[in-house]
Structures are given as structure tokens and as C-alpha cells.
Design a protein around this ligand. Structure first.
Ligand SMILES: [Zn+2]
Length: 685
């Protein structure tokens, strides 16, 4: 997870005393400068600097006008500002760029450090949360950044001097840009909205509430009962929805009828969560036993009356929608959250992503792989087989044996942290480079499922967080730890070794996920377990392909829910729940029922990301596509993993398609996956 999440109750104070300011913000809409004034400013700048810079002048003046509020000054002030601050001279422009870039690093880096510290107790396994943790954890020190930068007009300087390019322009022109031109374009991307701080505070508050709801949502597995009243899961098993439930479901392949019964029971739990029929009394509660099939609960031998969770899940999603919609008018280049998620953040058009996903989930190859899975399982497919795990070589490894080894090797986070340079050397980094990267990574025990939080300034460290239970690290924690290590290595290289700070990072979260996936899938070989099965390569292809099928379906649900929300902005939580059910079943019936032979299954609605991190999910399947293309490139060229990854990461945050062309000579597409799946099917069948 790579998010700068934010805040809570301090906000009440701020929003209350800022009531008047909010009203002013509404009245004081952006773009208060008329066309004549814009023309006058442009003409005067032409007269001052000649027409050499005509395109930059026209774009810059229009950009400032677009974000100008009456509080910035009147029309004369506007013209004066443009005349005094347009930089025609290239050397002076470079000085402005370099200084601003440095100051940004100091600001973003420090905000990030503060954020990490203030959320430390919320994110780490540090005991019970108290209200004071929520107060500080939900406070976002950067929430006034945009306001301040517009108030002191730094934003106006950037808008005036650095043309903003749309995604289409970046894709078309960016091919011929130098690194410096790319860095300039990225500076223009800093100021694409002028959202009032009060609204950003509100957004952060709502996000934190959703995040906390999700990360504290545990199912007490040993308290579940089947219809015979039997306990299927071992004592002290508490699983977080949906990650923990899903992973337990995956771990129960290859375990005969007992395994299948556990899987069926988990799916019943999931359905009760999606439909919100889950009794609110059983969430996080050790005291009640619950039969999810009949939806009845007991305390000891006595029946207990239960109340369904009152649509809390959908209330959080609705709150996210409402606040994000409120922000729309302050983003002139991207007028909906859907645009911001795709065009701005992902830098891939939503229609392109949807088409890519539909092409894959409705492909012939998927039907063939589905038939193969059914054959391997010796039964017809169940809806939860979207998480079929039997292509992984590790399904043949005894997980508890692996955990025993890991318990001993990594009794605590520090033991794991100490081993990071060795992991990196095994992946092909030179010893010195491995140590250099490792010293910028700190490992900590997560409260939730685990995440990686990178630094934003040189001199700071990336935080790798994974769950480490009392007895030492288990296989699940190790596997997630490897995923997060991939993130941390990416975050470190693309901060410390990049040529321009403005180009730090990767094009979007799909790329950092791709890095994380590639580290994660090397987990066993990093333990020294090398699977000799010659079919492994083909099985791995099928495994990735099947997991793409799963997440693409969930992403399609996510996208369609958001389209529906924009069309139905006044929906109630109950209406939203019903519509999520309609959409999940519709996507299921179109792309999954033909493979599974069962209609109207709601399973695609279980993901927690939909609630806590809206429209983030597409990053995962696109991440898999990238992962696949990169792995394919490395294999085909017989190259060393670490060396190629390092070379690719130095591309930094150019747009996705350019990054891919430089990295693997291909744009993002399904074609290489389809080809490889056909090859794999021929061998594995
Ligand atoms: Zn990740």
C-alpha cells in the first residue's frame, strides 16, 4: 500500500471555526479574470520578450488565470503579476526550477516524516488505540500546503512558467523530450488543483475513518461453526477481511474435503459481509460463536439475538464519494475523481484500462485455464476458485513447515531487517549496492496486513511493515514482507539514484506493485528453496494469468460503482449496497459465469480496497501486466534480475507507455500474456 493517508478530529475544531471561510471559498470561485485581461497580459508580455516564447507566454498566462481567485488581486494585479514574473531567460528558468525542486523535496520529505510519526500507533502493532492516537494520527501536517502555496503565489509562479501537459500531450510529445523537459513537465503537475484546506482536511478525515474501519475488521475464525455445529478452524485464528480470509482460503487447496469445507465456510462469511447481513455482534468479538450459513449466534449454549451490520461498509464508501465530488470544482484539468484516478494519477485513460481488462476477462484463454483448473481439482468450479492457488509451486510446500523455519530465523523484525542485504545480493545486486539500499529501509511490525511507506526526501528511510506474531515470523508474514520489500527497494532507488527529484518514483502505483510482485514471487528461492519442476515456468504463467482475471473483475466492479455514483450522487447507503450487488453480479454473469457455470455470485464485491482506497485496485492487474512483460524481457534476454530492474527504475516517473517502451520495448498490452498462456497450456495440458 502506498498512500499518503490523512486525518480526523482536530478537524472538527478547524472546520467549525472555519465555517465562514468555507462559505467564502464557495463564493470565491476560481477563474475571476476575463478574456480581455488575459489578452492584454499576453500582448504586454509579447511586447516585453518578443514572440520567441509565445507558446509559453500564452499557456502560462492562461494557466494563472484559470486558478486566480479574487483574493489574489484584481485584474490589474493579475497583469502586473504576469509581467513581473514571467521568466524568458533559460538560465534564470533553470535556477528557478532547481531551487523550487529542492524546496519541494524539503517540504514533501518533512511532511512525509511527520505523517509517518503521527500515524505510527495506528499502523504499527503497538497495543490498544486510544482517542489521542486517533487525534494525532488523523492530523495531516501537509493539508495546508496547497492553500499556502497559492496564498504566497509560489503556485502562480509555477503556473506562469511551466506549461501543464495533458496525458494525450505527454504521450504524443514526451517521446522527444529530454530528461530536463520531463522534469519541467512534472513541476507543472504539482499545481493542478486549488482545493480549500478545509475540504482537504475533511477528505483526509473520511479516508482515515474508512481505513481504520477496514484495518480493524477481524473475523474470529475459531468461533465459526458449520451446520453440524463443528469448529473447523484452529484456536486463536483471527483474520482480517478480506486479505486474511482470502489467504486462508488459498491455503486450503490440496487439503481434501476438510479444506473444501473451510473454503465454503469462508465464502459464506464473505457473502454476509458484502450483503451486510453479518451480525455486528460477531465482528472482532471473541465471545460469540457464529454459524454463517444460518446466520445465528450463540454465547456458550444460549442463542443470542443478533443485528445485521447497518450498512457501515457502504456508508464509508459513500462518504468517500461525497467528499471527492465536493473537490471536483477545484480541479480544472480533471473534473471528476474518476479522471483524477486514471488520467492524473495512473496516467492511463479509464476507457483504455477498462477495454484492456474486458479483453482479458472475456478471452478464450481464460475459459481454457478455467477448464484446466476444474480438471486439476477434480470437481466443477466454485466461485471462490477465483483464488485457486494450485498453480503455485508453494502449494506443494507445507506452509507450517516453512513457518517453523521462518519462526526460528526471524524471531523479530530486526532479524528480518538484518537479512535484507543478503536478499538483495541473491537477487543480483552488487554487495555494496545491496548494503547501500538496505541502510535506507527500516522494518516494523504492522497492525494491519502490512504495507510499505517510502521516504520523500534523501536522508530519510523507507518503512517496511509486516505482521510478525509473538512466536516469530510465519510464512504469510514473510511472503507479504517480500512484497513490501519490493516496494521499499523501488522507493529507495527511485529517490536516491534518480537524476531529477521531480522525476523520482515510478509512473504509477501499478509499477511499484509490479516490483513488489516480482520480489514476492521470489520468496522461496530467497529462502534457498529452489523448485526443480520444469513445468514451473508454465505454471507460474497460468498462476499470474488467473490472478489477473480475479482482480480485473474486482476492478471492473470498482469502476462501474464509481460511474454509478456519479450518475446517482444522492444515493443512500442501502441503495449503494443494492447497486454494488447488481454490479458485482452483472460483471460475474458476463465474464465469470461462462467459466464457472454458476450465475449471480457476489464474490467480486468483497475487496476492502473498494471501501478504503477507491479506484486504487486497477493498479494491481496493470501491475501484473507490467510484471509479466518485465519478467518476459528478463528471461528472453537471459539478464540478471537486479541489474535490469535497476536500469528500468532509473526511468523515473515518465508516463507509463514511455517507461515501458524504454524498459522492455513494448507498450502495456495483453498480447504477450495471451501468447505465453497458449504456450503454457500446450505444455501443462
Ligand atoms: Zn503492494
Amino acid at each position: 500500500m502506498k498512500k499518503l493517508i490523512s486525518l480526523l478530529v482536530v478537524v472538527f475544531m478547524i472546520t467549525a471555526c472555519n465555517q465562514k471561510k468555507c462559505e467564502n471559498d464557495k463564493k470565491d470561485s476560481m477563474k475571476t479574470i476575463n478574456e480581455n485581461t488575459i489578452k492584454k497580459a499576453i500582448d504586454e508580455l509579447f511586447a516585453q520578450h518578443g514572440k520567441d516564447n509565445s507558446l509559453r507566454i500564452e499557456t502560462g498566462v492562461n494557466q494563472v488565470a484559470q486558478f486566480w481567485k479574487s483574493e489574489d488581486g484584481n485584474e490589474d494585479d493579475f497583469i502586473k503579476f504576469c509581467k513581473e514574473n514571467f521568466i524568458a531567460d533559460q538560465e534564470k528558468l533553470d535556477v528557478f526550477f532547481n531551487k523550487t525542486s529542492h524546496y519541494f523535496e524539503m517540504l514533501f520529505g518533512s511532511f512525509n516524516m511527520l505523517n509517518i510519526e503521527l500515524k505510527r500507533t495506528l499502523h504499527l502493532d503497538l497495543g490498544e488505540l486510544t482517542p489521542v492516537d486517533m487525534l494525532f494520527g488523523s492530523y495531516d501536517p501537509s493539508s495546508h500546503f496547497m492553500d499556502d502555496m497559492f496564498n504566497n503565489k509560489l503556485a502562480h509562479h509555477v503556473l506562469l512558467n511551466f506549461p501543464h501537459y495533458s496525458l494525450a500531450e505527454k504521450e504524443a510529445k514526451g517521446k522527444d523530450w529530454t530528461r530536463k523537459e520531463w522534469a519541467y513537465a512534472r513541476m507543472a503537475d504539482v499545481f493542478t488543483s486549488r482545493t480549500p484546506a478545509s475540504l482537504l482536511l475533511k477528505e483526509a478525515q473520511i479516508e482515515t475513518e474508512a481505513d481504520t474501519y477496514i484495518s480493524e475488521y477481524n473475523i474470529i475464525m475459531h468461533n465459526l461453526r458449520d451446520n453440524a455445529g463443528k469448529q473447523l478452524f484452529t484456536d486463536s485464528l483471527r483474520l482480517i477481511s478480506h486479505w486474511g480470509l482470502r489467504d486462508e482460503l488459498k491455503a486450503n487447496y490440496n487439503k481434501g474435503e476438510d479444506g473444501l469445507n473451510k473454503q465454503k465456510l469462508i465464502y459464506e462469511v464473505m457473502k454476509r459481509i458484502i450483503t451486510q447481513e453479518i451480525p455486528k455482534e460477531v465482528i472482532n468479538n471473541e465471545e460469540l460463536v457464529w454459524n454463517p450459513y444460518k446466520n445465528t449466534a450463540k454465547k456458550g449454549d444460549a442463542d443470542v439475538s443478533i443485528t445485521p451490520e447497518p450498512n457501515v461498509r457502504y456508508e464509508h464508501l459513500l462518504n468517500q464519494f461525497k467528499v471527492l465530488k465536493e473537490i471536483d470544482p477545484y480541479c480544472p484539468y480533471y473534473s471528476t475523481y474518476i479522471d483524477r484516478a486514471f488520467e492524473k494519477n495512473m496516467e492511463m485513460r479509464q476507457e483504455f484500462v477498462e477495454k484492456l481488462f474486458v479483453e482479458l476477462v472475456s478471452s478464450e484463454q481464460i475459459k481454457k485455464v478455467g477448464a484446466l483448473i476444474s480438471k486439476r481439482l477434480g470437481r466443477s468450479l466454485e466461485p471462490f476458485d477465483i483464488w485457486y492457488d494450485g498453480f503455485k509451486s508453494r502449494s506443494n510446500q507445507n506452509e507450517s513447515e516453512l513457518s517453523k523455519t521462518l519462526n526460528k530465523k526471524y524471531p523479530d523484525v530486526k532479524a528480518y531487517e538484518k537479512d535484507i542485504p543478503n536478499f538483495l545480493v541473491k537477487l543480483g545486486f552488487e554487495k555494496e549496492k545491496a548494503q547501500d539500499i538496505s541502510k535506507h529501509i527500516v522494518v516494523e511490525g504492522a497492525r494491519g496486513a502490512g504495507h510499505a511507506w517510502g521516504a520523500q526526501m534523501k536522508g530519510d528511510v523507507a518503512h517496511l511493515r509486516s505482521r510478525i506474531p509473538k512466536g516469530g515470523m510465519d510464512y504469510k508474514g514473510y511472503n507479504i514482507g517480500m512484497h513490501e520489500l519490493g516496494h521499499c527497494v523501488e522507493q529507495t532507488i527511485t529517490l536516491y539514484d534518480i537524476d531529477y527529484y521531480m522525476l523520482k518514483g515510478v509512473p504509477n502505483t501499478a509499477f511499484t506493485e509490479a516490483m513488489a510482485f516480482m520480489f514476492q514471487k521470489r520468496d522461496l528461492s530467497l529462502m534457498g528453496i529452489n523448485n526443480k519442476d520444469e513445468n514451473e515456468k508454465y505454471l507460474q504463467t497460468l498462476d499470474i494469468f488467473w490472478s489477473m482475471y480475479e482482480i480485473m473483475g474486482v476492478s471492473l466492479v470498482d469502476m462501474n460503482v464509481w460511474k454509478w455514483l456519479y450518475a446517482n450522487p444522492d444515493a443512500t447507503p442501502e441503495q449503494l449496497k443494492n447497486q454494488v450487488l447488481v454490479i458485482t453480479k452483472d460483471i460475474w454473469n458476463k465474464y465469470y459465469a461462462p467459466v464457472f457455470g454458476k450465475k449471480d455470485e457476489p464474490i467480486l464485491g468483497i475487496y476492502s480496497h473498494m471501501i478504503a482506497y477507491p479506484l486504487y485496485l486497477s493498479a494491481y492487474p496493470v501491475g501484473h501486466l507490467i510484471e509479466f512483460q518485465v519478467e518476459d524481457y528478463i528471461k528472453t534476454n537471459n539478464a540478471v534480475f537486479a541489474k535490469e530492474i535497476y536500469r528500468m527504475l532509473l526511468n523515473g516517473s515518465v508516463v507509463p507507455q514511455h517507461w515501458m517502451l524504454k524498459a522492455v520495448n513494448q507498450e502495456i498490452s495483453n498480447k504477450p500474456v495471451f501468447k505465453a498462456v497458449e504456450e503454457a497450456l500446450a505444455k501443462v495440458n
